[in-house]
Design a protein around this ligand. Structure first.
Ligand SMILES: Cc1cc2nc3c(=O)[nH]c(=O)nc-3n(C[C@H](O)[C@H](O)[C@H](O)COP(=O)(O)O)c2cc1C
Length: 362
């Protein structure tokens, strides 16, 4: 039986326990130039000191147009590398492995940055139509992801996570709702992400962790598994399972199980995914799979790991509410529980009004 305190090796890199911090964007921490700020450094340092094994730094834009808003972290130019080196210095000091999530909003893009583009022309959030990307634009976008990964490596990250879920660009390519193309990127819905993975592997080398956060069902479990297999065969080392565009209608959970429907997507994926042939391996291997969603008490997290329902667990609101939540899971120390009020998700203003944080700091 695995324990939450057990280390795990991902692509040759040792992570000291099974707890990972899920990417969670800090809505107005970044400068308008996409630069990391002192507030980010303090935020991540507090969490590094709380016992977590791996931190995946929040969704970071690979082009200025791919941002959620103006104050959104970026890694689209070399001037942005320096700030990220600071996070990596403190992570190394605290024996925490750091990845960074790379993202582009695609069709869901903020109209202040111009007409959003994506795999197909689809209604956008302001009721207009997105632009269908040409083949040249697809290749340029893939290059933006690859260049951002190269910058991440230079900043000292152990690897990157591609944001392949939650309805953003890489997810848009795998969903039949948003990818209506009839060319090779429509016929093989995993191709866009797969070529990014291959490009990153080529430029960042074999020891760099390439992970993908991908839906546990899109539009169903079978297709999501097929896409993830293609990612692994292209060189992905680690899968974090979350929701996609069409995952919400799929209920995989026995109602008595002590975890959420979202978490069930990851638990099910871990059960059905099996072994795949990675580049450079003779035999098919099992790659680590993480789940997320409502894991807000030590007991729930321990239940998942001890019953072999996932290899690692992603903590989001629990570790936002209290950076010491991982130590509570690992060592039984006290912590302040997330109130599940969702204020942290509302963006600037309310995002910094977490009642658990207020209680902790009194
Ligand atoms: C404030 C906030 C910011 C988030 N930002 C991101 C993000 O940058 N990238 C991402 O993939 N998911 C993001 N998420 C989703 C979380 O990573 C996680 O999947 C979700 O909150 C469910 O986990 P939880 O129940 O432990 O909170 C965010 C969630 C919250 C609450």
């Amino acid at each position: 039986m695995a324990r939450v305190n057990d280390p795990i090796i991902i692509n040759g890199i040792r992570i000291k326990n099974r707890l990972t911090m899920a990417p969670t964007v800090k809505f107005d921490y970044a400068g308008e130039d996409g630069q990391l700020t002192l507030r980010h450094l303090v935020h991540y340092l507090e969490r590094e000191e709380g016992g977590i094994g791996l931190i995946c730094v929040e969704a970071t834009a690979v082009t200025p147009e791919g941002r959620f808003a103006k104050n959104h972290l970026g890694l689209w130019e070399n001037a942005q590398i320096e700030g990220h080196k600071r996070i990596n210095e403190t992570c190394h000091m605290n024996d925490v492995v750091a990845l960074i999530q790379l993202n582009h909003t695609g069709i869901t893009g903020n109209p202040i940055f111009g007409t959003p583009m994506g795999p197909s022309s689809i209604p956008t959030r302001d009721g207009k139509m997105s632009k269908e990307m040409s083949i040249d634009e697809i290749h340029a976008m893939q290059e933006s992801f690859i260049s951002a990964a190269v910058r991440a490596k230079e900043a000292g990250y152990a690897g990157i996570q591609l944001h392949g879920c939650h309805g953003y660009l890489i997810n848009q390519f795998i969903s039949p709702k948003t990818n209506l193309r009839t060319d090779e990127y429509g016929e093989n819905k995993a191709l866009f992400g797969k070529e990014i993975i291959q490009g990153i592997r080529e430029k960042c080398g074999k020891d760099f962790i390439i992970s993908v956060r991908t839906p546990g069902a899109e539009p169903d479990v079978e297709h999501a598994v097929d896409v993830a297999k293609e990612y692994v065969e292209a060189g992905c080392d680690y899968l974090q399972i979350s929701h996609g565009i069409d995952s919400f209608s799929i209920k995989l959970k026995d109602e008595n199980e002590p975890y959420s429907d979202l978490c069930a997507l990851g638990v099910n994926f871990h059960k059905v995914f099996g072994a795949c042939k990675k580049p450079g391996t003779e035999e098919p291997v099992r790659i680590p799979i993480s789940c997320v969603g409502g894991l807000l008490t030590p007991e729930r997290v321990q239940y998942i790991i001890e019953n072999d329902m996932a290899d690692t667990v992603d903590l989001a609101r629990g570790i936002l509410a209290d950076p010491q939540f991982p130590n509570a899971i690992l060592n039984g120390t006290p912590f302040t529980k997330c109130y599940e009020c969702q204020r942290c998700q509302y963006g600037p203003g309310t995002a910094h009004n977490c009642p658990a944080e207020i209680k902790r700091k009194k």
